[in-house]
Design a protein around this ligand. Structure first.
Ligand code: RIB
Length: 298
C-alpha cells in the first residue's frame, strides 16, 4: 500500500522576529533561514518517517527546486513524479515570533501550474486501497480527487489553508478529513464548539472519519458515534510551523500500518510535540524511533 501526497513544495524563508510586523511598521529580523517546506512536502516527509512507502507529486521550479527534491529524497520519499517547470518554485515568507508562533504569506509559484496531463501521468502509478493525501495549496484539486475516486484510492483531505473554493470540491469522496477548528468551522458552519463541529461534520459526511486538531487543546477523532480525545504532549514551543503536518503524516502513517486509532492519535500527538520544540518546517519532523522512544509527558 502506497501513500501519494499530491501537494505543495515550498522554499520557506523564515524570519525570526520579536513580534509580528504591524501595519506601517518596518521591523528588523534577528535571523533569516531557508528551509524546505510546503504542506505537501512536510506531510510526505512525516509519512515516510512514520514508516510507509510515500510518493510526492506536484511541481517545483527548474532553477530553484532541486533543494526541495533533495530534501524529499533524503527522507526516503519517491520524487520521480515531481514535475520541474520553467517558473519559480512556491515559497513562503514566515515570521517566527518569540512565543514560537508563526504568520505565513504564501506564493504559489509552480504549485499552481499542475495540468490534467500531469495528474493523469501520476495516477497511473496507484491502485485501489492506496492513500491520497491532499492539502489546499495546489491547483487541479477536483480533478485529482475525481481520478483517485475512480481508482478506488482512500482520499484524505487536510483543507489547509482554507478558502471558499473548498466547497466546490467533491467532498463526498473524502474518507478522512483532518482539519483545525477554523477549517472545521468553515465546513460545518459551526463556530467555537469543537464537539458540535466534529458531530456536524460526521453527520454531513457520514462515510468519512474526522480528525479535528485543536492546538493546545489536543485533538478529537470522530466517526459516527465513536469519539476519541487526545491531549497534547507538553513541550516548550520554539516554532509551531509544520506541527500540524507532522501530526497528519504520523497519524495516517499509523493508520496505513493498521495501528488502532487511539494509538495512532497518541503517536501523532507525540510527533507533533517534538516538531513544536524545533525550528523550521521539514527539519523539525522527527523519526519514528525518536517518537516511540520519547519521554515527553501529557
Ligand atoms: O504547514 C506549514 C507550511 O505551510 C510551511 O512549510 C509553509 O510552506 C506553508 O505551506
Amino acid at each position: 500500500m502506497k501513500a501519494l501526497v499530491f501537494g505543495s513544495l515550498n522554499i520557506d524563508n523564515v524570519y525570526t522576529v520579536d513580534h509580528f510586523v504591524k501595519p506601517g511598521e518596518t521591523l528588523s529580523s534577528e535571523e533569516l533561514k531557508f528551509f524546505c517546506g510546503g504542506k505537501g512536502l512536510n506531510q510526505a516527509i512525516a509519512l515516510s518517517r512514520s514508516g510507509v512507502e510515500t510518493w510526492q507529486a506536484g511541481a517545483v521550479g527548474k532553477a530553484d527546486g532541486q533543494m526541495l527534491i533533495d530534501c524529499l529524497d533524503n527522507a526516503g520519499v519517491n520524487t520521480k513524479l515531481v514535475e520541474k517547470k520553467d517558473m519559480p518554485s512556491g515559497h513562503a515568507i514566515i515570521q517566527n515570533n518569540s512565543s514560537g508562533e508563526n504568520s505565513i504569506i504564501l506564493f504559489g509559484g509552480s504549485n499552481m501550474s499542475i495540468t490534467k496531463e500531469n495528474v493523469l501521468k501520476v495516477m497511473e502509478h496507484f491502485e485501489k486501497g492506496d492513500f491520497l493525501i491532499l492539502q489546499n495549496e495546489i491547483n487541479q484539486m477536483s480533478f485529482i480527487m475525481e481520478c483517485a475516486h475512480k481508482i478506488g484510492m482512500k482520499i484524505v483531505l487536510n483543507p489547509s489553508p482554507i478558502n471558499e473554493k473548498i466547497n466546490e470540491l467533491p467532498l463526498e469522496y473524502v474518507s478522512y478529513f483532518i482539519l483545525n477548528e477554523i477549517e472545521g468551522a468553515v465546513l460545518s458552519g459551526i463556530e467555537n464548539d469543537e464537539e458540535k463541529i466534529a458531530q456536524k461534520l460526521s453527520e454531513k459526511y457520514p462515510d468519512a472519519q474526522i480528525v479535528l486538531t485543536l492546538g493546545k487543546n489536543g485533538s478529537v477523532y470522530r466517526c459516527k458515534d465513536t469519539v476519541i480525545k487526545q491531549p497534547i504532549y507538553k513541550v516548550k514551543a520554539v516554532d509551531t510551523t509544520a506541527a500540524g503536518d507532522t501530526f497528519t503524516g504520523f497519524f495516517f502513517g499509523s493508520i496505513m500500518k493498521n495501528v488502532p486509532i487511539e494509538e495512532a492519535m497518541d503517536i501523532a500527538a507525540k510527533a507533533s510535540a517534538i516538531a513544536v520544540g524545533r525550528k523550521g518546517a521539514s527539519p523539525s519532523i522527527p523519526s519514528l524511533e525518536e517518537v516511540l522512544n520519547s519521554s515527553l509527558s501529557k
